[in-house]
Design a protein around this ligand. Structure first.
Ligand code: PHB
Length: 422
């Protein structure tokens, strides 16, 4: 174990000499810390929080500003174990006040809704609590606990990941240059990860699948149309009814990946949504002004390995899923739960060998979630090439899910998450 690894002190040196080891460029500060975290979204900050509780200091950096991360709309469903971790590990208990516990979801097809009752089927629930709020809570916890996070950085460079002294350099938002000397570097820098490209090309394998459709997501100032989420299949395409608060709702409908949001008036949006949920039961959506709209391109992606030398990838940097099963944030939080434990061991008496445990434990859940997200996506969306046969076959598949206890239980188990392995 190196000197740096054994230290939990955050050693910051002001105005050091020009750095000789990495090219001679001058930096304003050099910080020695056991773990450097590239990417300060929910995965990176939850890792920082968990490590802080274990007495391990971190420095986290992100290209995006704090404002950008806290206002970019993302999915809103958290497994109850992850929700309780936020409370029990002292991040914040705001989720208990502002979140909504959901004990089921509706699958809607052929104009009828069918409830999947999580509580009854698998004694589980999920929480509706937007990812932006998870981030806000984690960022506040970092401030409160004195954690170092640089938002809005530029020119990040990660070097020497195959050595026991990797470095991360960057320019802070005030123009100053910094170097972090770490024992381990974590790449939690999201689906456009720079860190994943540091694994040599000949050594990495990328698995991916693209889809011929996207989601048109919008926020609307309207009352709730349903108390729980409604995933709707229709011959016109998929729609999802989600919620935010009593007076603000989040909804999505399947669209072409090249769709231009400006071509969609509120009237056209509501007409499309109403047609996709219409049915003999008379279900209609409560309409209101649309306050935000964007197109979400999605794909399934995994990069292996998730570790190279002393660089470890976590969350979307290593794997992304289509949002249909609400797995993305949950997978990322599961990765860092394992990673915090493994890093703590690696920085203790076990040393680097402990890192070998991370990938197999994380990947087990990653591929199960890839399958579930893919399955939900293909079952509920109408590909542009779908024939009347394809639509009817999907209705048959949905019927198989909702009309047997085994089918409903399968969906409930996957949607609410699996127990952690190992
Ligand atoms: C959301 O509330 O934004 C949301 C919920 C469930 C999903 C995706 C998005 O599967």
């Amino acid at each position: 174990m190196s000197e740096i690894a054994s230290s939990t002190e955050n050693l910051e040196t002001e105005n050091p000499q020009a750095d000789l080891a990495s090219g001679g460029a001058t930096v304003d500060t050099v910080t020695e810390v056991p773990v450097a975290i590239v990417g300060a979204g929910p995965a990176g900050l939850m890792l920082a929080h968990r490590l802080h509780r274990a007495g391990i200091d971190t420095v986290a950096i992100d290209l995006r500003t704090r404002e950008e991360i806290s206002t970019t709309q993302r999915a809103g469903i958290i497994e109850s174990d992850a929700a309780m971790d936020l409370v029990e590990l002292g991040v914040s208990d705001r989720i208990l006040r502002d979140g909504y516990e959901h004990e089921g979801v509706d699958l809607r097809f052929a104009g009828e809704s069918h409830r999947i009752d999580f509580k009854d089927l698998v004694d589980a629930s999920v929480w509706l609590y937007p990812q932006t709020d998870v981030f806000i809570d984690l960022a506040d916890a970092r401030d409160r606990d004195g954690g170092k996070v640089y938002y809005g950085i530029t020119d990040p460079e990660v070097r020497d990941i195959e050595s026991s002294a990797p470095t991360v350099r960057f320019t802070a938002d005030d123009g100053t240059r910094h170097e972090i000397r770490a024992r381990y570097v974590v790449g939690s820098d999201g689906s456009r990860s720079m860190c994943r490209h540091l694994i040599p090309e000949g050594e990495r394998k990328q698995y991916f699948r693209e889809y011929p459709f996207a989601w048109f997501g919008f926020l609307t100032e309207a009352p709730m149309s349903a108390p729980e989420l409604v995933y709707a299949h229709s011959e016109h395409g998929f729609a999802l009814i989600s919620q935010r608060t009593e007076s603000l709702q989040r909804m999505y409908f399947q669209c072409d990946p090249t769709e231009n949001v400006d071509a969609w008036s509120d009237e056209r949006i509501w007409e499309t949504m109403q047609a996709r949920v219409a049915g003999a039961d008379g279900f209609t959506l409560k309409e209101g002004p649309v306050t935000e709209k964007s197109v979400l391109i999605f794909r399934s992606f995994v990069q292996q390995p998730m570790r190279w030398g002393n660089l470890v990838l976590a969350g979307d940097a290593a794997h992304t899923v289509p949002p249909t099963g609400a797995r993305g944030l949950n997978l990322a939080l599961h990765d860092v739960k394992i990673l915090a434990e493994v890093l703590e061991r690696a920085l203790g008496s076990e040393g680097e060998a402990a890192l070998a445990d991370y990938e197999p434990r994380a990947l087990n859940r990653v591929w199960r979630a890839q399958n579930f997200s893919y399955w939900m996506t293909q079952m509920l969306h109408t590909p542009p090439s779908a024939s009347p046969f394809d639509i009817k076959r999907q209705e048959g598949e949905l019927d198989n899910v909702v009309s047997t206890r085994a089918g409903r239980t399968y969906l409930a188990e996957q949607y609410t998450g699996w127990p952690s392995h190992g």
